[in-house]
Design a protein around this ligand. Structure first.
Ligand SMILES: Cc1cc2nc3c(=O)[nH]c(=O)nc-3n(C[C@H](O)[C@H](O)[C@H](O)COP(=O)(O)OP(=O)(O)OC[C@H]3O[C@@H](n4cnc5c(N)ncnc54)[C@H](O)[C@@H]3O)c2cc1C
Length: 452
């Protein structure tokens, strides 16, 4: 790419998953890379280490990590998830495998551990430098100059480059400056549900208190609990609540309401979380935010990746996976058009923007799919679709498999799924689903009558 000329220099704002990975790709291709991150280095800071959230990695993320040659370092930190366990109210938990083939699994990883592995791999490259506690406070987009402030000392400084990558997350400081005064759009939405994080500690012998190779879901009418295992035997839980319930239960003095809520809604979980009320009050009630925006680039000077370009609701566990796909796509476009960066950025945006919009759509519909797990119509549809996919494994691929276990572009996933559904309707599958759902409802009514 470089043909003996001085290598181009890039500045990356944000050393989150996307900033670190795109830095690794570009440094491996010979560019000079400077990364500025507003937080302290989480490998050395107790406060940053304490952020407990865990994430799931799937085919798209794994593919990008492998191409950046960091997959082995990351895989050591993961827990494989073979499916999900649904804990319906007053029913025995049911296991649903994530796929038909043994390799169709996802991998849970703590955000902090993933981040530390990527930062260490990035810093091992001689042409990549990371400065922590450095907040971007402005950019001069025509000169690709960045204004920064040291978070500890308040010292202001500037840095110059050939181009800037905004990898600074959903509330990007680079995005509005890239778009200022141009025909641009920005759409931000806060979901009516928000979340609190809780922890199910490991059992006294260090083992898992629930099945350790699965994601656990407790779907309820107005709330949901999701638990993902960690390597140390604990589970990180996301308790999803309506905004109204989240705010009400977070009020000081609401301790008894919290205890009552959990005892009533998730009684089997209460026994596992001795510090439930303390955890609940210590952790913030956070919001789910989705953003869509355009354009993603300014001439050959500034470009966005990851959540800075598109934040999706996390119900499908694809946000970071898609961010990693962005990093790969941007690096490939830059290599393809090494002498025409404007073209590279335009190509990258043209390839990725429709796919992030498609993922946004898929992520929105997945929360209701999770919530409706126990409805007769959902059970009937799932079982019939599973049977079809077993009979016709190449012609009928479940939607979740297309999203999670392949790298087929999200736009093609939607198109293919719609095609499959159209054919299913034509051959009468919908009629079969309705009939079977009716039978299941009848069976539930009979069982309910016997029990009462
Ligand atoms: C509850 C929850 C669960 C999720 N689960 C999953 C999952 O299972 N699987 C999945 O694939 N995705 C998941 N996601 C989505 C995933 O977390 C994001 O898509 C991913 O973190 C995006 O990475 P990023 O690097 O683009 O942004 P971020 O992770 O937000 O990183 C941005 C970085 O930029 C830094 N920064 C911000 N502003 C500045 C500034 N002005 N100057 C310098 N630095 C700055 C920040 O400190 C941060 O380090 C989940 C999200 C949530 C909220």
């Amino acid at each position: 790419m470089l043909n003996g000329a001085a290598p181009p220099k890039t500045i990356i704002i944000g050393a989150g998953p996307a900033g670190a990975l795109v830095g690794i790709f570009l440094a491996r291709h010979g560019l000079e890379v400077d990364v500025y991150e507003r937080r302290a280095d989480l490998r050395r800071s107790a406060v940053e280490r304490g952020r407990s959230i865990n994430l799931t990695l799937a085919a798209r993320g794994l593919d990008a990590l492998a191409k950046a040659d960091v997959l082995d370092a990351v895989m050591r930190l993961t827990v494989p998830l073979r499916g999900r366990v649904i804990h319906a109210a007053a029913q025995a938990p049911g296991f649903q495998p994530y796929g038909r083939r043994p390799q169709e699994v996802t991998y849970a990883i703590r955000r902090g551990e993933l981040q530390a592995a990527l930062l260490t791999a990035a810093e091992a490259l001689p042409n990549l430098r990371i400065r922590f506690n450095a907040r971007c406070v402005g950019i001069d987009r025509d000169r690709s100059l960045v204004r920064l402030a040291d978070e500890r000392t308040g010292e202001a400084f500037t840095a110059e480059s050939d181009f800037i990558i905004g990898a600074d997350g959903a509330f990007s400081s680079v995005r509005p400056l890239l778009q200022e005064g141009r025909a641009a759009n920005y759409h931000e939405e806060v979901h009516s549900y928000g979340y609190k994080e809780l922890t199910i500690p490991a059992a006294p012998d260090g083992g898992f208190r629930l099945r350790g190779d699965a994601l656990h879901v407790w779907p309820r009418e107005r709330s949901m609990l999701i638990a993902i295992p960690n390597r140390d035997g604990s589970f990180t839980c996301t308790c999803i609540l309506t905004h109204e319930d989240g705010v009400r239960l977070s009020q000081p003095g609401a301790e008894r309401d919290v205890q009552r809520f959990f005892t009533h809604t998730f009684p089997d979980v209460v026994a596992f979380v001795p510090q439930l009320v303390e955890d609940f009050h210590r952790n913030p009630f956070s919001q789910f935010v989705s953003t869509r925006t355009a354009p993603w680039h300014y001439r050959d000077r500034v470009v966005l990746v990851g959540d800075a370009a598109h934040a999706v609701y996390p119900f499908l566990g694809q946000g970071m996976n898609a961010a990693f796909e962005d990093c790969l796509a941007l690096a490939e476009s830059l290599m393809r058009h090494a002498h025409d960066r404007t073209r590279a950025f335009a190509e990258y945006e043209r390839l990725r923007k429709p796919n992030s919009d498609a993922l946004d759509l898929l992520s929105r519909r997945h929360l209701s799919a999770l919530r409706d797990q126990m409805r007769s119509s959902t059970i009937a549809r799932t079982q019939i679709y599973d049977r079809i996919s077993w009979l016709l494994p190449t012609a009928w691929v479940p939607l979740y498999t297309l999203i999670t276990h392949t790298t087929i572009p999200y736009t093609d996933v939607i198109a293919r799924w719609r095609r499959q559904e159209r054919v299913a309707r034509l051959v009468g599958v919908d009629v079969a689903v309705h009939a079977y759902a009716g039978l299941l409802t009848l069976r539930q009514l009979v069982i309910g009558a016997h029990q009462s």
